[in-house]
Structures are given as structure tokens and as C-alpha cells.
Design a protein. Structure first.
Length: 133
């Protein structure tokens, strides 16, 4: 994690998530990195794809944002509920991380998902891996 001064320079130069105010963006990046580290230490199942851990990190990163900032990001990428599992996959993550982030939070925020779904990802009982047919 960059120190706040170095992060401020990178924040000004980034296109992804640039609408997030600097201090809030920095705090949310700290959350994201801590979640990724925790996932690496506690995942019980074999990780099938990086979208599994990125889902958790992005969902909690956006959960940490203010309502106004999060709403702005959701509007910016054009994401709205409900979000299906098919909308969250490694291809969306690779081509548009902000879209994946927004959709991850929306999926996480659905009543039937939340921490119970995160637990399934950690245990390897759910995955965003796309199996070849």
C-alpha cells in the first residue's frame, strides 16, 4: 500500500474509480488490500479463479464508501440490482474492473447473498469460474 502522498499522485492519474474522493479512496484501498490478504490466509477450498477473491475485496471496498460516493460509482458504470452470478466472471473483471466492483457490491448487498455468499467463496463451495462446456 502506498503512503498517502504517493497515493494522491496515483489517484490524480487514474481513470478507474477517479470519482471517489481522495481520502475515501485511500481508505477503501486499505480495506481492499486487507480483505485480499485475509482471503489468501483463510480460503479453505482451492481457488478456481481470481474473480472469487476480487468479488469479496471489491464488495467490501464499496461497502466502506459513503452512500453518495457508492451511488455515483454505480451510476457511472450503469449497474443496478438484481445481479446474477453470470454477470460476475473473470472476463468482466479483466475488461472492466469498475463494473466488476460495482456489480460485486450490488450482488453482495442482495438479501440472499452478503456474508453467507462470501463464506461459500472462502470455503470453495461457490466460484465465478466459467467451466468449459
Amino acid at each position: 500500500i502506498l503512503d498517502p502522498t504517493a497515493f494522491a499522485k496515483d489517484h490524480e492519474e487514474t481513470e478507474d474509480l477517479a470519482a471517489i474522493p481522495l481520502a475515501e479512496h485511500y481508505d477503501s484501498i486499505v480495506v481492499l488490500e486487507l480483505v485480499l490478504a485475509l482471503f489468501d490466509l483463510s480460503a479453505l477450498g482451492e481457488q478456481k479463479c481470481n474473480a472469487d477473491e476480487e468479488y469479496i475485496a471489491y464488495a467490501l471496498q464499496l461497502e466502506n464508501l459513503s452512500e453518495a460516493t457508492r451511488s455515483g460509482l454505480l451510476n457511472e458504470v450503469g449497474a443496478s440490482s438484481p445481479i446474477s452470478m453470470e454477470e460476475l466472471n473473470p472476463f468482466v473483471l479483466g475488461f472492466s474492473p469498475p463494473t466488476f466492483a460495482a456489480k460485486s457490491w450490488l450482488h453482495f448487498a442482495q438479501a440472499e447473498n452478503g456474508c453467507a455468499f462470501v463464506d461459500k467463496l472462502i470455503r470453495g463451495e461457490a466460484t465465478f469460474f466459467i467451466y468449459p462446456e
